[in-house]
Design a protein around this ligand. Structure first.
Ligand SMILES: Cc1ncc(COP(=O)(O)O)c(C=O)c1O
Length: 429
């Protein structure tokens, strides 16, 4: 039965039962954590062969991987990047372990030097702005804020950002210089952008009133499917070539959640001329990337990316199934929450009754469960409806995940029941 159809008596009974359960949980002094979107140790172990000594350090083009140079990365690493991101190898730079670092460098270059070898740079305007589909990835938002880029929220749908809204805004405002996208298994909703969304995204720089608009395509979960063959994502780079907007798309990816989060390879894809600009800018701070890591990744993953990701899926599927099972058993009939059912990626996005997320997260924390802070999935840490909670199930063991989800759903029910009781008391007054 829906919770808002409970009688006052039934709500009071539920409130006192749940309060007792919460007190018991508090007494257990648990230390559970659903805030970290990190690979679990058994996922990291899947890449153990990376640590075996390389038989040879000489790459396919004769480069000695141990030495300086090759700013664009080794050919075999770029081929791996092509397999991962869908961008042709010749349009990729393969570099150090962090794609986030590449996004920062690219943003900074677009802001201060420009990506196009002419006078266009975002700093020409006092208030450069970005569209931020929400809920989204907190580090994108922190990056924009740090660089002085204002953010304008647009809603996420099951097929990607609300493109009609994005088009309307970019047509009107030349200060809007870009958009953040996580196109496959989006962080945190887990949706995959539909073919239509990708086509419209490729057109967005042409629709825009700005002549220096850039789509930031952070494909962090490109290969992180739970079922195989991999779910398709329409090729943005190809669509941009067809739309003539290829100088206005930047595509990112990395092996962070494929091998080691701290010791992988990252990629940026762009048109020839934009890639030249980025390479020039990188050369100011880097004589050459860690090509030994590139070589070991290319040799370990080359031709078997899908096979390797299937091993991750075997470890992750039971965790995501457990989340789904507990959420639907505990909350399904009450009509007080909705959540996503991703078939890949790292997160489940839970929406609770507007105005209750902060209190639910605080209550859970007091009982020993750490969750991503309320508001973190929105720019400036402000969720206008105070309703979104990001669940990151990968790092916990199955046993801890079960306890954590039981506690989380208990807090959702308790806080919502208390609010309904307060509202009915107000009505009686
Ligand atoms: C959407 C998204 N992009 C980028 C990253 C970080 O990628 P990297 O380790 O390559 O910097 C993450 C990590 O959680 C992420 O969720």
């Amino acid at each position: 039965m829906k919770l808002d159809q409970y009688s006052r008596e039934a709500l009071e009974k539920l409130n006192s039962e749940l309060t007792q359960h919460l007190e018991l949980a508090q007494g257990n002094r648990m230390a559970l954590d659903l805030s970290r979107g990190k690979p679990a140790p058994d996922q990291l172990d899947l890449a153990a062969p990376l640590d075996q000594p390389l038989q040879s350090y000489i790459a396919s083009d004769g480069t000695d991987a141990r030495n300086y140079g090759s700013l664009r990365g080794l050919p075999e690493a770029r081929a791996l990047g092509a397999d991962l991101t869908g961008v042709p190898a010749e349009n990729l730079i393969a570099t150090g372990n962090s794609s986030l670092f590449l996004m920062y460098i690219a943003s900074q270059t677009a802001l201060n030097q420009g990506l196009w070898g002419d006078k266009r740079r975002w700093s020409r305007t006092a208030t450069p702005k970005f569209l931020t589909p929400v809920p989204g990835y907190d580090r994108h938002f922190t990056m924009s804020e740090t660089l002085g880029i204002e953010m304008i929220n647009i809603p996420m749908t099951d097929s990607g950002p609300d493109m009609a809204r994005a088009e309307e805004l970019v047509r009107q405002d030349p200060d809007i210089k870009g958009i953040w996208c996580v196109p496959k298994y989006a962080n945190p909703t887990g949706c995959i952008y539909s073919p239509e969304t990708v086509q419209r995204m490729a057109m967005l720089p042409a629709t825009s009133a700005a002549d220096d608009f850039v789509v930031f395509w952070d494909n962090a979960y490109a290969a992180h499917d739970f079922t195989f063959p991999r779910a398709p994502l329409t090729d943005l780079y190809q669509a941009a070539l067809e739309a003539g907007t290829e100088d206005h798309v930047l595509l990112f990816g990395s092996t962070s959640k494929i091998t080691y989060a701290s010791g992988g390879v990252s990629f940026v894809g762009a048109s020839d001329s934009v890639l030249d600009t980025l390479e020039k800018h990188l050369s100011v701070m880097l004589i050459g990337p860690d090509k030994v890591s590139q070589l070991r990744h290319a040799r370990f993953l080359g031709g078997r990316l899908e096979e390797h990701m299937a091993e991750h899926a075997k470890l992750l599927t039971p965790k995501f199934d457990l989340v789904e099972q507990i959420l639907s058993t505990e909350l399904g009939d009450l009509d007080i929450a909705s959540w996503t059912h991703p078939s890949g990626g790292y997160f489940v996005s839970l929406d609770v009754t507007p105005g209750t997320a902060t209190e639910i997260i605080d209550t859970a924390r007091e009982a020993g469960l750490a969750l991503t802070p309320a508001g973190a999935t929105f720019p400036y840490g402000r969720d206008p409806d105070d309703k979104n909670i990001r669940i990151a199930p990968t790092f916990a063991t199955l046993e801890d995940l079960q306890l954590a989800l039981e506690l989380l759903t208990l807090c959702v029910k308790l806080v919502t029941a208390r609010r309904l009781l307060e509202a009915s008391a107000d009505l009686e007054e």
